[in-house]
Design a protein around this ligand. Sequence first.
Ligand code: ZN
Length: 247
Amino acid sequence: MSLSHLAPIPNLLNAKRVLCIQPHPDDMDIACGGTLAVLADRGAHITYLTVTDGGAGSPLRRDENELANVRKHEQLEAGRYIGVQEYIWLSYRDADYLPGQQLQHEFIRAIRQVRPDTVVTIDGWLPYEAHPAHRNVGLSAAAAVLFSAMGNIGNSHELQPHGVQCIAFGFTARPNTFVDVTNTWQRKMAAIRAHESQFPDHTWPFFEHYFEAKAAQHGPAAGGEKGEALKVFAPIHLHCNVDAENM
Ligand SMILES: [Zn+2]
């Protein structure tokens, strides 16, 4: 029996209850908003957990709290296009270093509260990713998926352990799953555009072309005009697995 039969890659499209863990408002919409909109259309319940308040997301010096407030409202607006139903805001200060172990505990708690079958986050192993919040959140979310089923781990003992069936990473250089997002593409672009503070008008032509080109690149593998690429695993793939990179 082959390894892929022993421990198959889960089918992301079977997700019914999805917890998305993102460092900043906008990451999930950009990384895989089209896929999340597909899942929402298929009846999945989608929760966005946002780790930081996004108050550092500006090239200009501006009031952090005011920017954080703007970005929260932008995410709420964007989520309407995707079909997000619930939000968890951890509101860590964006400009601060994020302690990994504390994040793991926060995510374990969220997984035990939301009780998703699928966690979607960003790939913390992305080569050359320079943003520490992206690395820390991606890696801590993966650790939380591993640990949320273990009753002795975590500081939330009033909550029952919960096993997640599937974890999907956006912003990945090693995709193994391609989703046809042709029918949800306009909603994804509207969601990204809702993050106005991150995509002011003069920058939009570049980003619009970039996102369109990436979607066209992944279209054939997804079986449609436009595709998104993700790395999808079951928890068993996340530990002592020498084949994970190439699965
Ligand atoms: Zn980000």
